[in-house]
Design a protein around this ligand. Structure first.
Ligand code: HAM
Length: 458
């Protein structure tokens, strides 16, 4: 044996020290609770969400939008670069983590960055313009949970690529307005501003810095820092003392270049033509850095001062190029679905109700159960909505279920009826019952219910 092949002396085995995992933040008593700021949306809430989906679907068809889905997880740098390093979202609210493979990822804190990434990745700049995209889903922000502010919330986003004309801005705002009124919301208002383009922003930023510098003792620590990194962000600060200071600040509308000025002027003219009401808010900026020119938010009328928006958006003409794609103007907005539901409740709007079955199909015995399966789908196909609990054997339990769901009619299929191709039709209110041929059933039921509860599936 060569010396190099000699076995090295065995190293003393490393003691494996088990790391103690601290459960301090998730005591057993809270393990069965949703994580802080996250919530369940239970079945009894769903009618509002269905109603919203229907309104969105209608608007998508009317305005020619197509659906797109982008991942909930992206490289964190995508959000950092697009949303902006000095925004609250990136500085304080992103859920960033490292994957097992070592990638630095983030749960999406908004959807636009992912859509722009997809636009660039799939070479959409050569697709026929304008491109109109609709996306929907959960968004995550590590915010201080409170009413209407969650760590997971749902957004519906409408984005248009490839048009710089302000007519698009007006059309998009009109679309948002139509959606809100189709949801029955009346106590909402559009707040609109123009924050100009890169060009006009340069001079405006200087003015802002000198104004806020003169008031710097009255600003919070974050805003003092923002003075040099991104003075426009001071308008977005939620601290009360900063709110007071900003009212005396120079306004972007007074410092727009000619193109931006004309763009905004035309937008307002189009909105007037469309009879969309709005309020010009010279202090409105958005919590994300990518916007240029038009910005807007939808506020509940009664909560004007609280800055709880139901939705918001604006132009982001420079973002695609900034992220490395072909320069493409774009505009979009996001609706906060959780807050819209809350507003619908506040305004007591009428919502679409899922039809509930008024007929219950009960069965007794193996053959009857088999036949019931078929009968159930035959009835559904003929437009009769039927409830059942095929998993239960006892007739009494099934009829109890029929009463629970407030069915008007119970259909009972026993062994004998299954063989005879008949069925018992029982009026739940009076208890009276008759035996009828199965093939006459849809007709008989429709007559009995006087077409009140017979619902055709959409
Ligand atoms: P955003 O204003 O940050 O815009 O969010 C859109 C909407 O999501 C808000 O107006 C609000 O209704 C809702 N929202 C935001 N944070 C929360 C929260 N913590 N809890 C409940 N609801 C919340 C954007 O995210 C942009 N990406 C919208 C956009 C699309 N701009 C262009 N295209």
């Amino acid at each position: 044996m060569k010396s190099s092949e000699k076995k090295a002396p065995a190293k003393p085995k490393k003691k494996i020290v088990e790391k103690k995992v601290s459960h301090a933040k998730t005591p057993t008593s809270t393990l069965m609770q949703a994580a802080r700021g996250m919530r369940d949306i239970l079945p009894n809430e769903q009618a509002y969400w269905v109603h919203m989906d229907k309104s969105f679907q209608k608007a998508l068809q009317e305005f020619g939008f197509r659906r797109i889905q982008v991942p909930i997880v992206e490289y964190a740098s995508i959000y950092e670069k697009s949303v902006g390093g000095s925004t609250d979202i990136v500085e304080k609210e992103m859920y960033v983590f490292q994957s097992r493979g070592g990638d630095r990822l983030a749960l999406r804190p908004e959807m636009t960055a992912g859509i722009v990434r997809a636009f660039i990745q799939h070479g959409m700049h050569v697709w026929a313009k304008p491109l109109k995209f609709f996306s929907q889903g959960p968004v995550f922000r590590y915010e201080r949970p409170q009413e209407g502010r969650y760590r997971e919330h749902y957004q519906a986003n409408f984005d248009v690529f490839g048009e710089v004309d302000p007519v698009l801005d007006a059309q998009l705002i009109q679309m948002a307005s139509r959606i809100l009124s189709s949801l029955g919301l009346k106590k909402v208002q559009f707040q609109i501003n123009s924050i100009g383009c890169k060009q006009c922003r340069k001079d405006y930023n200087h003015l802002l810095v000198s104004y806020f510098k003169s008031k710097s003792t009255k600003l919070c620590a974050d805003c003092k820092r923002r003075l040099s990194s991104n003075p426009l962000r001071i308008f977005d600060c939620k601290e009360e003392k900063c709110t007071h200071v900003r009212f005396g600040a120079p306004q972007s509308l007074d410092h727009l270049c000619k193109d931006c000025h004309d763009h905004f002027k035309h937008l307002l003219e189009y909105l007037d033509e469309l009879e969309v009401s709005y309020q010009i808010n010279p202090f409105l900026v958005r919590g994300l850095d990518y916007y240029t020119r038009t910005v807007f938010e939808i506020w509940p009328v009664e909560e004007e001062g609280k800055r709880v928006s139901l939705g918001g958006g604006g132009r982001y003409d420079d973002l695609v190029a900034f992220m490395g794609g072909e320069a493409t103007p774009a505009i979009g907005f996001g609706l906060g679905m959780d807050r819209i539901v809350a507003q619908m409740k506040k305004e007591n709007t009428k919502i679409f109700k899922e039809p509930t079955p008024k007929v219950f199909l009960a069965q007794l015995g193996d053959l009857a159960k088999k036949k019931s399966l078929k009968l159930f789908s035959q009835l559904e196909r003929s437009g009769v909505l039927v409830a059942e609990s095929f998993g239960r054997g006892s007739l009494r339990a099934q009829l109890r279920q029929a009463s629970k769901i407030e069915a008007d009619i119970a259909l009972i299929l026993g062994q004998k009826e299954a063989l005879d191709e008949t069925i018992i039709v029982k009026d739940m209110a009076s208890g009276s019952q008759e035996i009828v041929a199965q093939d006459k059933l849809p007709e008989i039921i429709k007559k009995l219910l006087k077409n009140n509860v017979v619902v055709k599936h959409a």
